[in-house]
Design a protein around this ligand. Structure first.
Ligand code: NAI
Length: 300
């Protein structure tokens, strides 16, 4: 790998997955969260995720140990001064991301590449918050990062060829098939999947079929390995809603207007796997609790 150590900022669903995948290739990772407690929780999350794979014989304890030994939790963004690549994976909020890139630009060495994992926001706009827009780029992984073999490498208007080639190479070394995208809201994956998730929520809200049957229909009908409502639960309903709102704002297309049921669920704190409840219920390890039907959905 071209980078001996990188910094990942944000230890949520995606930051944990990215840290783990990078560390598995032998690169050291500093995982930066907002405070010590959250950094500790992110490390526990990575460990627990791997424990579940060990139980299913998908990983060995020694692999887990080696991966964890290469991830150092921290809670000071100044760690970014020590590396040549930073991957940002904080929540999908343009102002928060711009503030972070402004700060990173002050802290980092002039040749450090700043990468964002944003799903829908403008790379050009994030890059403009820094004085190095040529070294800012999108590398959009999908969840779960260790399982989905794809990365969209997204160029902003001023991203240099050198930055693009470096990041494309980096993503390939992580074992990802890379597709190149010119910046446009939602890129390829989010843009196409979001209307399908929204439509599945409308079908549920309108009482046309139950959640389980909607997922079964789409899975079996189109040969997919996950249904849209389970997928939304896995992505995080708050994240999905913010993607829709960003796409709606950028493209003014009604199809991105979040389904009222989604809004209600987010307001109620039912965010999917991460809170144990979304369109379906989940245990602490993220496994579906199948016997329970969530009838209250309609009255939310
Ligand atoms: P999340 O909400 O699970 O995690 C975000 C984390 O960032 C939180 O733990 C928060 O404490 C931390 N954070 C916020 N500000 C910070 C700061 N200044 N310094 C350090 N840590 C900070 O979000 P998630 O789902 O991991 O998404 C992160 C990014 O990845 C978003 O841009 C999202 O659009 C993108 N993404 C999400 C996917 C998904 O399926 N959830 C798929 C692909 C991309």
């Amino acid at each position: 790998m071209a980078f001996q150590r990188i910094v990942v900022i944000g230890g949520g669903v995606m930051g944990q997955g990215i840290s783990r995948v990078v560390a598995a290739t032998g690169t050291e990772v500093t995982l930066v969260e907002q405070n010590e407690e959250l950094a500790k929780r992110a490390m526990e999350g990575i460990g627990e995720h791997m424990d579940r794979e060990i139980e299913k014989w998908g990983l060995t304890s020694s692999e887990k140990k080696a991966i964890l030994s290469r991830i150092t939790p921290k809670w000071d963004v100044k760690e970014a001064a020590k590396v040549r690549m930073v991957i940002e994976s904080i929540q999908e909020d343009i102002e928060a991301k711009k503030a972070l890139f402004r700060r990173l630009d002050e802290i980092c060495k002039p040749n450090t590449v700043l990468v964002t994992n944003t799903s829908t926001l403008s790379i050009t706009e994030i890059a403009a918050a820094s004085n190095r827009p040529d070294k800012v780029i999108g590398m959009h992984f999908l969840n779960p990062v260790e399982k989905i073999p794809l990365a969209e490498v997204v160029r902003g208007l001023k991203t240099s060829d050198e930055t693009f080639t470096t990041i494309k190479q980096f993503a390939s070394e992580l074992g990802k098939t890379v597709i190149s995208v010119s910046e446009y809201p939602g890129y390829v994956t989010t843009r196409i999947i979001v209307p399908m998730l929204n439509e599945a929520m409308h079908v549920l809200m309108e009482g046309i079929a139950e959640a389980e049957d909607i997922d079964t229909a789409i899975k079996l009908g189109f040969g997919l390995n996950i249904g849209p409502l389970s997928l939304a639960d896995r992505m995080g309903l708050d994240e999905v809603m913010s993607w829709m709102e960003n796409l709606l704002k950028e493209l003014s297309e009604h199809k991105y207007n979040p389904c009222p049921l989604l809004r209600k669920m987010v307001r109620a704190g039912h965010l999917g796997v991460k809170t144990g409840r979304g369109f379906f219920k989940y245990d602490e390890e993220g496994n579906r609790i199948r016997e329970e039907r969530i009838d209250e959905l309609k009255t939310l």
